[in-house]
Design a protein. Structure first.
Length: 551
C-alpha cells in the first residue's frame, strides 16, 4: 500500500472519530435542558421580556428546532410573539470551508401582537435601534454611494425561508384608549428562496387584511437595496380605517372599497411604479357641497410614475383619472423640494369628453340649475399648468379645446358651438368657431387678452351668410310694447322670452367687434351686406354704425 493511500485512510479515520466524538458531545452535553438554562436568561436580558419555549431538538448535521416559543409583552404575561415551531436546518460540511448553507428556516403559525399606546409609543419601541444624526448621515452617504449594506465577505446561502399560517394583530389605543381600533392580518404566508447577500432573490407574500386578500411577489437584493414587486389587493372596506383619514378628508364617507393592482420598482434613490388604483361603491358627501351626495360612485386611477428621493421630484408619465364613465388624462412633474409650496409642470388631457355623460354622472344637486339646458356634445383638448401651487389661476399657461357640436337648449331654441378655442400667454383666440342658434349659423373670430384684473379685453368679427331675426326675436315683444303704451288696455300675461330663460349673467369681458352679414331678414324687410359695430362692456351690449343695402 502506497504512502498517499495510507495518509488518506488515516485522515478519513481521524475525521470519522472526530465526527463521532463531536456527535457524542452534542448529544450528551448540548442538551435541551442546558440550552434552556443558557439561552433563556440571555434572551430575556436582551429583550427585557419573559421568554419560554417547549421541546428543543438539536441535530449536529441537520439543525435545531424549537417548539412553542413565546415572548411576552414587556412587564406583562400577555403574548408579544409566539410560534408553534421554529426550525433551522443547515448543512454541516460547508461550514468547514467557511460557507454557511441553510436549507430551510421555518416558522409555523407565528403570532405577533402590536399595540400603540395612548402616548403614541408602540409595545416594541424599546427594541428599535436609537438612531442619531451621525447614523442617518452614514445611511444617506451609503445610499448615495451605492455601497453594500451587508458584508460581502460573509458567504451565506439560505435556500428557503418559510413562514406559514401567521397572524398579526394590531391594537391602536392612541386615538381612543377606551375603545381601541383593532385590525388583523391573518393567513400570513411568506416564502423566500435562494437568499444571499450579493444577489437578488425571489419572495412571495400572501395574507388577508381584515378579510381582504393581498398578494405581493417579486425579487429583492439586500446588498444594493434594489427590487421589484407586484402587489394585488382585493377590494378592501375603507370604513374600517376611517379613524386614520376622517380628520383630513374634506367630507364624510359612508362607504368605499379600495382595490390595487400595482408594480413597484425599488432603487436606493428612485421608486418607480405603475398600475391601477380602484375605488368602488363610493358614497360620500363633500364639505364644499353639503347638499350633494355621490352615490355608488366608481373612481379609478391608471398611472405610471417615478419618484426621485434625493431630488424629491415626482414624474408622472401616465395618469388616467376615471369617474364612473368619464375619463381625463394627465402627465407632468412635481417638485417637492419646497413641500409647503410645490412647483409643478402639469398637463390635463381630455379626449372625447361627453358633456351629456358629465351631466348624468355628476350629483344632481350640482347641475340641477343647468339640466334644463340639455347640454350635449364632445370636447377634446388639453390644459397646461406651470408654476407654484399657490399661484391659483395663474398656473394656467395654455388651453387648447376642440368643441364638437356642443349644444344647449333655451326656451324653444337649441344653440350650439363647434370649432377651436386656444389660450396661451394670457391671450384667448378662436379658430373656425361656428355658432348655431336654432337653424341660424354664424362664424366668430376672436382675439382677447386677460388684463391684470382678470377681464378679457379684445376684439372680434361675427359673420354670417344669412341671419333671420324673425326666428330669434320673440313675437311677444310687439304685444308687450302695445300693452305698455296703452295703460287702459286689459292685462295680458307676458309670454316668457329667451332672456328670461338664460340670464342675467355677469361676464368679465370688455369686447368690441364688427358684424358682417350678407343677408339679414327682419319682418318683411331683406337687407344685404349688413355691417355694424358691436360692443360688450360691463354686461351692456350695444350696436352702432349699422349700414346695409336695401332692394
Amino acid at each position: 500500500m502506497s504512502i498517499p493511500v495510507k495518509i488518506g485512510i488515516l485522515i478519513t479515520c481521524v475525521l470519522v472519530i472526530f465526527t463521532v466524538a463531536l456527535t457524542f458531545l452534542v448529544k450528551t452535553q448540548v442538551t435541551p435542558e442546558k440550552v434552556r438554562e443558557t439561552l433563556i436568561p440571555l434572551i430575556e436580558k436582551s429583550l427585557e421580556r419573559n421568554v419560554d419555549f417547549g421541546e428543543v431538538t438539536i441535530g449536529l448535521f441537520s439543525g435545531i428546532s424549537v417548539a412553542d416559543l413565546k415572548v411576552m409583552q414587556k412587564g406583562a404575561d400577555e403574548d408579544f410573539f409566539s410560534v408553534k415551531s421554529a426550525e433551522f436546518h443547515y448543512q454541516f460540511w460547508p461550514l468547514l470551508t467557511g460557507k454557511v448553507v441553510v436549507d430551510q428556516v421555518l416558522l409555523d403559525q407565528p403570532r405577533i401582537y402590536f399595540t400603540r399606546m395612548p402616548d403614541g409609543q408602540f409595545n416594541f419601541s424599546d427594541l428599535l435601534p436609537k438612531t442619531t444624526e451621525n447614523d442617518h448621515a452614514a445611511v444617506v452617504a451609503r445610499n448615495n454611494n451605492n455601497a453594500p449594506s451587508f458584508p460581502t465577505s460573509f458567504n451565506l446561502l439560505v435556500k428557503e425561508v418559510n413562514l406559514k399560517s401567521g397572524e398579526l394583530h394590531y391594537v391602536d389605543r392612541y386615538k381612543n384608549a377606551r375603545s381601541p381600533f383593532r385590525y388583523t392580518l391573518d393567513n400570513l404566508n411568506i416564502k423566500a428562496r435562494q437568499i444571499t447577500f450579493d444577489k437578488s432573490f425571489p419572495i412571495d407574500l400572501s395574507a388577508a387584511v381584515n378579510g381582504s386578500n393581498i398578494d405581493i411577489s417579486g425579487k429583492y437584493d439586500l446588498s444594493s437595496m434594489v427590487g421589484d414587486l407586484v402587489i394585488h389587493l382585493a377590494p378592501l372596506d375603507l370604513l374600517q380605517f376611517a379613524p386614520y383619514y376622517r380628520e383630513s378628508f374634506p367630507g364624510k364617507v359612508a362607504s368605499a372599497q379600495l382595490a390595487l393592482n400595482l408594480e413597484v420598482d425599488l432603487r436606493p434613490d428612485l421608486i418607480s411604479s405603475k398600475g391601477k388604483v380602484l375605488f368602488e361603491n363610493v358614497d360620500l358627501t363633500l364639505e364644499e357641497f353639503p347638499e350633494s351626495d355621490f352615490k355608488d360612485t366608481k373612481l379609478s386611477v391608471d398611472y405610471s410614475l417615478n419618484y426621485n428621493t434625493n431630488k424629491q421630484l415626482l414624474g408622472v408619465s401616465t395618469l388616467l383619472l376615471g369617474f364612473n364613465d368619464l375619463n381625463i388624462g394627465a402627465e407632468g412633474e412635481f417638485d417637492f423640494s419646497t413641500p409647503d409650496d410645490p412647483y409643478l409642470v402639469f398637463t390635463l388631457l381630455m379626449k372625447q369628453l361627453d358633456l351629456r355623460k358629465v351631466m348624468q354622472n355628476v350629483p344632481e344637486e350640482l347641475v340641477r340649475d343647468y339640466q334644463k339646458y340639455s347640454v350635449a356634445g364632445l370636447i377634446d383638448g388639453q390644459v397646461e399648468l406651470s408654476g407654484k401651487l399657490s399661484r391659483g389661476l395663474d398656473l394656467v399657461k395654455s388651453v387648447e379645446l376642440s368643441l364638437h357640436d356642443v349644444r344647449a337648449s333655451a326656451e324653444n331654441f337649441r344653440a350650439g358651438v363647434s370649432g377651436s378655442i386656444g389660450y396661451s400667454d394670457k391671450v384667448l383666440q378662436t379658430e373656425n368657431l361656428l355658432l348655431q342658434y336654432g337653424d341660424q349659423q354664424a362664424q366668430l373670430q376672436l382675439n382677447a387678452q386677460r388684463t391684470p384684473d382678470n377681464i378679457l379685453q379684445g376684439d372680434f368679427v361675427l359673420s354670417a351668410e344669412t341671419l333671420n331675426l324673425n326666428k330669434i326675436i320673440p313675437e311677444s315683444r310687439k304685444e308687450t310694447q302695445e300693452t305698455a303704451a296703452d295703460p287702459g288696455a286689459p292685462d295680458i300675461e307676458r309670454r316668457k322670452t329667451l332672456s328670461d330663460d338664460i340670464g342675467p349673467y355677469d361676464f368679465p369681458v370688455d369686447m368690441s367687434g364688427t358684424l358682417a352679414v350678407k343677408r339679414l331678414i327682419y319682418k318683411e324687410l331683406n337687407l344685404d351686406k349688413v355691417s355694424a359695430a358691436l360692443n360688450l362692456e360691463n354686461n351692456q351690449f350695444s350696436v352702432r354704425d349699422m349700414t346695409s343695402q336695401v332692394g
